[in-house]
Ligand binder design. Structure first.
Ligand code: GLY
Length: 354
């Protein structure tokens, strides 16, 4: 039976980033996923790196900023290993009701833009009396990023087994001894659960992870219609190079249901058109739903568990793309038993022990 130093369960952006980090430390790594790498939440994500969003929990700020700082090099190193081009662009306009301008200004530590400045930066945006704040928060194309991550993983000899989900971890005397999928069994002393919304399906440790559904669509518009990501409370709009524009997203408690509701899609599209009227001329390209991994306190679960050799890296909820580089570093340090530069108590698996 084949044996691996590390088995990573779940080949989304978190799993593949973790696998690459552990491979860099010299480990032989197997990635396992029930479907093709990145086909779930990574494929569905808009890719906003929203470290400064007022909704980003306070406890997350330090690692969110650290991960944001890692992004340019993360992308650069991946582009060195493949001919993949990864769309990455800084700039977000946060839209808020003008009644909240003082509060938002205090939260963000910057003033609202002058309306003439907004008009100059984004001529297609209709503020309709609202205020806009300019943030450096970038966006990245998660599908292109995933493609490059998988290419890098394959190039380095990381094995990817897809088509069969991990069901159970084998534990002997309080230590990880192997991994059972629906079809087979692998030997390992180290397993990392990166299974996103499905992380709680892997026994033996119960995890309070809950899928949080999001509807999204993208449209094809003239290439330079928007330059920045536009984030309003009711909708966000993320432009990509070439004219694709993503519109998202709902936040729904619907279990593992991924059904697409056309009415919900139309509602999102109408909200986007209220902000950018020229989107009415665009053509809908694709509609989809995705499942974010939610936790009871809205914070990710990153670190070691009571089972020796078992680590968790899941529950990233709305920030999986942003937090991938730092999560890989944290898990790398944890597996190597090194101390971390961050206070990780807020993300500790122990806090959720059931
Ligand atoms: N990160 C965007 C969303 O969760 O909709």
């Amino acid at each position: 039976m084949k044996s691996w130093d590390v088995i990573v369960c779940g080949a989304g952006i978190i799993g593949v980033s973790v696998a690459l980090e552990l491979h860099r430390s010299g480990a032989s790594v197997l990635l396992i996923d029930s479907s093709e790498p990145g086909r779930e939440a990574t494929h569905a994500a808009a890719g906003m790196l929203s470290a400064r969003d007022p909704e980003t929990p306070q406890e997350l700020r330090k690692i969110a900023f650290a991960s944001e700082r890692m992004y340019p090099e993360f992308i650069q190193s991946l582009q060195e290993h493949s001919d993949a081009k990864i769309d990455y662009r800084p700039g977000t306009l946060l839209i808020r009701d003008s009644r909240h301008v003082t509060h938002t200004s205090q939260q963000l530590g910057c003033p609202a833009l002058d309306p003439a400045d907004v008009e100059r930066r984004e001529p297609a945006l209709s503020l309709a009396g609202r205020s806009a704040f300019l943030l450096p928060d970038a966006s990245v194309d998660p599908r292109e990023l995933m493609h490059a991550l998988v290419a890098a993983a394959r190039l380095k000899g990381i094995h990817i087994a897809h088509g069969s989900a991990v069901r159970k971890l084998e534990v002997e005397n309080g230590r990880i001894a192997g991994v059972h999928t629906e079809r087979t069994h692998y030997l390992t002393a180290t397993a990392i659960n990166c299974a996103g919304a499905w992380a709680g399906e892997i026994s033996p440790l119960p995890l309070p992870i809950k899928p949080v559904k999001g509807h999204m669509l993208d449209v094809i518009a003239p290439p330079d219609l928007l330059r920045n990501t536009i984030r309003a409370p009711e909708v966000y709009i993320v432009p990509r190079t070439g004219g694709r524009i993503l519109i998202g997203a709902t936040v729904e408690d619907a279990g593992f249901d991924k059904h697409i509701d056309p009415e919900t899609i139309q509602r999102l599209y109408r909200s986007a058109m209220d902000l950018v009227p020229a989107l009415s001329e665009a053509r809908i390209h694709e509609v989809w739903t995705g499942l974010r991994p939610g936790t009871p306190d809205g914070l990710p679960i990153i670190g070691s568990t009571a089972v020796s050799g078992y680590f968790l890296a899941t529950g990233h909820y709305r920030n999986g793309i942003l937090l991938a580089p730092i999560t890989a570093k944290i898990i790398g340090s944890s597996v190597r038993n090194e101390s971390s530069a961050f206070d990780l108590d807020a993300f500790s698996p122990d806090r959720l022990a059931q």
